[in-house]
Design a binder for this molecule. Structure first.
Ligand SMILES: *[C@@H]1O[C@H](CO)[C@@H](O)[C@H](O)[C@H]1NC(C)=O
Ligand SMILES: *[C@@H]1O[C@H](CO)[C@@H](O)[C@H](O)[C@H]1NC(C)=O
Ligand SMILES: *[C@@H]1O[C@H](CO)[C@@H](O)[C@H](O)[C@H]1NC(C)=O
Ligand SMILES: *[C@@H]1O[C@H](CO)[C@@H](O)[C@H](O)[C@H]1NC(C)=O
Ligand SMILES: *[C@@H]1O[C@H](CO)[C@@H](O)[C@H](O)[C@H]1NC(C)=O
Ligand SMILES: [Fe+2]
Length: 678
């Protein structure tokens, strides 16, 4: 941004943010484990008798992107507080970082960045304190750089580097990894959504509209920069002739206000790769400036996000099995390939076939090696992932409705989340919604002015995952007989707002004869919840939620509304204006006369308590990890199931059976008065 007024405004905003930052009180529950490390206070206390060694040094020799290392270490002054930090890139020392150019108030810390993971030295070696020797097995994922390990004394709050290890690396650190599928937008796929995003500035170097009717998008991450290689997807029906589709590239920058990549650079790229550029004509590049960001996203939590590529696959045959591979053509003509993946194309809207949807919120990530565990942060997440993978043959599409990985400004965690979710996200469309941990930041335009995103302001979520939106994070998507209206609770939804209009349009525009199953999704509980933190406010839900939206749910006969944010499971009766509209509890027939509200926030992050107050509308509560599954058998029968993540078994369920006449039937406030008059 060259405009001096904008720059001045930015500085004022920044100083306001800094004042807020100093006032913040540290809460103890739900903290990102990496935030417990006082990276800025770290000092060096290297000891010649201490060591830390890691083997093997070359990882992923069989082409895999996950591998295990053995860490051996020794200290002459061992303590229970000693810990091991894993750093990537490996050159983590002071020389490689400076204060953000536009933020001279911040002193450069001795360590540039938080580790990507950590573990106590005594974790696998309880006798470490006596013997001074220990070993540890840690899992690493391919995330574009090499790794080094450091042994620390002084605990997490006063870290002192005692020894630094050798470096280890994956055989191709830049490899294309962790593909994420998402349903496309059906028309006009292009980068322009970033133009309308108020939270950060963007620089679109070259935007060529991709007019398309793409039904599936593939997003992945690599270390191959703009101009270094051309990204594409090779795909086709299983056993058929493959074709290649070009991909756009997104990345973002930590602290430069002026764009370092100019139009000249782009022209140079074009000149360097003329044939490839022409061959893959529609090349799309955006560099985003992470402007609204704050601590830790732009300081110790920053890690180069690499390059995020999205390709739009078009003219798919419904229900057909496709295979695909991610590819990059290097400037010398060499091809780099990912492994082969497969997916089944989505059914045509209205298509009558078996359709199975899983929905859950607040999953988070956890480490299989036990590292980064603090305060039961998200240990349920691995079980949820495991159950979904186990049942993957019986799942057609997945929705993670906000609070995706709780990176909270520690950017490395996004790679680790996409690695954990890869088996699911690379096989079925993996649709997200925006939560407080993706979006909220003071002064950034979010509806709530808290710091839950750790300065990410939604940039990471909406770059790492494709969202078929036209503006911000809300969208409508169709899957066969389902219409999903996905709201964005981190922006205002009240009557009169653009979002309210969007929701009404989404609910009103579906032809229920073809798509009878109308599902409303959102992160915060806009409907009904017995979570203590909602019940204590007296509103049993997000303030201004039902008040604003219940007339829409009722008028358009939303079948089920599902939320996250409260970390547990709860289901209501069909309800309107706090009153159950139907006495049935399990087998609904005909008009329900209200909407069933479900909280499915038990995806994996630390559980939330229920109030002891009992309401008439709450039919089932479960204080445990789990997810919900909807199965549409045809246009008139739907099965709803709640499964626990620990065993994948069903603990609550109901069915809806009805035909189109039941949807036409008017009940209290469900038909517009004009219709009644005529
Ligand atoms: C291991 O270290 C942790 C963290 O300092 C400490 O809480 C725990 O008691 C130690 N365990 C043993 C067996 O020493
Ligand atoms: C550290 O490594 C990164 C990438 O591996 C490189 O860009 C950077 O220049 C290095 N810094 C120093 C001080 O060597
Ligand atoms: C092309 O470049 C890559 C990366 O620099 C290198 O590994 C590869 O050997 C090169 N191939 C040829 C044919 O020169
Ligand atoms: C994960 O599942 C196992 C059983 O498969 C269970 O014993 C364990 O408690 C579960 N973990 C969590 C955090 O729920
Ligand atoms: C739904 O509302 C209609 C019209 O008010 C009423 O006739 C019907 O009995 C209601 N159904 C149930 C299950 O309460
Ligand atoms: Fe949340």
């Amino acid at each position: 941004m060259t405009d001096p007024m904008m720059r001045e405004l930015g500085l004022i905003l920044l100083s306001v943010l800094l004042i807020f930052a100093t006032l913040e009180v540290v809460a103890s529950h739900g903290d990102q484990p990496l935030s417990t490390i006082s990276v800025q206070k770290a000092t060096f206390a290297l000891h010649h008798q201490a060591y830390i060694k890691v083997s093997p040094t070359l990882l992923g020799l069989k082409g895999q992107n996950t591998d295990w290392v053995t860490v051996e270490f020794s200290s002459p002054n061992p303590s229970v507080e000693d810990w091991i930090g894993v750093f990537s890139p490996s050159n983590f020392s002071a020389s490689s970082c400076t204060a953000p150019a536009d933020n001279p108030w911040v002193e450069p810390p001795l360590l540039c960045s938080a580790p990507i993971k950590y573990q106590y030295a005594n974790y696998s070696t309880p006798k470490y304190k006596e013997t001074g020797k220990g070993s540890l097995k840690l899992q690493l994922i391919n995330q574009r750089s090499d790794f080094s390990f450091a042994l620390f004394s002084g605990g997490l709050s006063n870290p002192k580097v005692v020894a630094v290890s050798n470096k280890v690396a994956f055989s191709n650190p830049k490899a294309p990894v962790y593909p994420r599928l998402a349903q496309g937008k059906v028309w006009n796929e292009y980068c322009e959504q970033f133009f309308t995003y108020p939270a950060y500035y963007y620089f679109a170097l070259e935007i060529i509209q991709l007019k398309s009717d793409s039904q599936m998008t593939v997003t992945w991450t690599s270390g191959y920069g703009i101009g270094e290689a051309v990204p594409f997807v090779e795909w086709g029906p299983k056993g058929g002739q493959p074709i290649r589709s070009p991909a756009g590239t997104l990345t973002f920058d930590r602290n430069s206000i002026s764009c370092t990549i100019s139009k000249d650079y782009l022209l140079k790229t074009r000149n360097a790769l003329p044939e490839l550029f022409l061959k893959l004509k529609r090349h799309l590049i955006c560099v985003i400036m992470l402007m609204c960001s704050g601590e830790p996203a732009r300081t110790v939590g920053w890690r180069d996000p690499g390059f995020i590529h999205t390709s739009f696959l078009k003219e798919l045959w419904p229900n057909t099995l496709y295979t695909y591979k991610l590819g990059h053509i290097l400037s010398n003509g060499t091809y780099v390939w990912s492994q082969e993946y497969k997916f089944r194309a989505s059914p045509y809207p209205g298509q009558n076939s078996l359709q199975r949807v899983v929905i859950f919120g607040d999953m988070g990530k956890a480490e299989a090696d036990g590292s980064n565990e603090y305060n039961d942060f998200q240990h349920g997440s691995l079980n949820t992932t495991k159950q979904l993978i186990r049942d993957l043959n019986n799942i057609d599409i997945a929705f993670l409705i906000g609070d995706i990985c709780y990176a909270n400004g520690y950017l490395s965690q996004w790679d680790q989340f996409t690695a954990q979710a890869e088996p699911i996200a690379s096989t079925v469309p993996f649709m997200i919604a925006s939560g407080n941990h993706e979006r909220d930041w003071p002064g950034s335009g979010s509806f709530f002015g808290n710091k839950d995103s750790g300065g990410e302001c939604g940039v990471l979520a909406e770059t790492m995952f494709y969202v078929p939106t036209e503006n911000r994070a809300k969208y409508s998507t169709d899957y066969g007989m389902f219409r999903f209206c996905v709201a964005d609770t981190e922006h205002d939804w009240r009557e009169g707002t653009e979002q309210y209009q969007f929701i009404e349009h989404c609910l009103a525009s579906v032809d229920r004869r073809k798509q009878p199953w109308l599902i409303f999704l959102a992160h915060r509980v806009l409907g009904y919840s017995s979570a203590t933190f909602y019940a204590d406010t007296g509103s049993f839900g997000e303030p201004m939620g039902r008040e604003s939206l219940q007339k829409l749910w009722q008028k358009y006969k939303v079948d089920i509304a599902i939320y996250g944010h409260a970390h547990h499971y709860e289901r209501t009766c069909p309800i309107y204006q706090n009153i159950c509209t139907n006495k049935e509890k399990q087998h609904y027939k005909g008009a329900m006369n209200g909407t069933i509200h479900v909280v499915a926030g038990g995806g994996g992050a630390g559980l939330a308590e229920f109030t002891t107050l009992n309401t008439k509308w709450s039919l089932f509560k479960d204080y445990d990890y789990g997810f919900v599954k909807l199965t549409a058998f045809d246009h008139s029968s739907l099965l709803f199931e709640y499964k626990k993540s620990s065993d994948g078994k069903v603990y609550d369920s109901f069915t809806i059976s009805r035909d189109y006449r039941d949807i036409l039937a008017c009940t209290v406030d469900s038909c517009p008065s004009t219709t009644l008059a005529s």
